[in-house]
Ligand binder design. Structure first.
Ligand code: FES
Length: 156
């Protein structure tokens, strides 16, 4: 296993928590990509909070690792470097700004595309961070995990 050299003390619910790293290391790195049970997950430390979001953008599979972070429509979002799609860090919602044609003149406002990117709960236990992998249902970003997604990312 990739992180066995850390020898973490076992958390109380180790059957459903995956060791991510030591909190101090993840804070100093700010952004870390970890591979857990075949998923590449981007761990972000931003203004005192941790977020865990699948690494490859639901739109076309680009890495989100270097995306800017901004608050949009009262939600903290990562902006995909490739085509600037906006993704909420807390729940993976896709957001876009457009004219609201129901009003005249149509103002610009934010719209939701629903949840598009898989995010995971992340938990701190005694200075170590653990991820509770969220795997239920199908979310569009799932397509880019595994070999298929990596191949796609290289050719675009
Ligand atoms: Fe992320 Fe297109 S790949 S916006």
């Amino acid at each position: 296993p990739p992180h066995s050299s850390f020898s973490p003390s076992p958390p109380p619910s180790s059957y459903e928590l995956l060791f991510v790293g030591k909190k101090e290391d993840l804070i100093s790195a700010q952004r870390t990509v970890v591979s857990l049970q075949g998923r590449d997950v981007l761990i972000i430390y931003h203004e005192g909070e941790f977020y865990a979001i699948d690494s490859y953008c639901y739109h076309s599979g680009s890495s989100l690792e270097t995306g800017d972070i901004e608050e949009l429509n009262n939600k903290l979002c990562i902006i995909c470097p490739k085509h600037k799609y906006k993704i909420s860090l807390c729940d993976g919602e896709g957001l876009y700004r457009a004219r609201d044609r129901s009003q005249s003149p149509p103002p610009l406002r934010w719209f939701s595309k629903g949840v598009k990117q898989r995010v995971h709960p992340i938990i701190e236990i005694q200075g170590e961070l653990y991820l509770r992998p969220a795997t239920s249902g199908y979310i569009e970003s799932d397509y880019y995990q595994g070999e298929q997604g990596k191949t796609h990312d290289e050719v675009t």
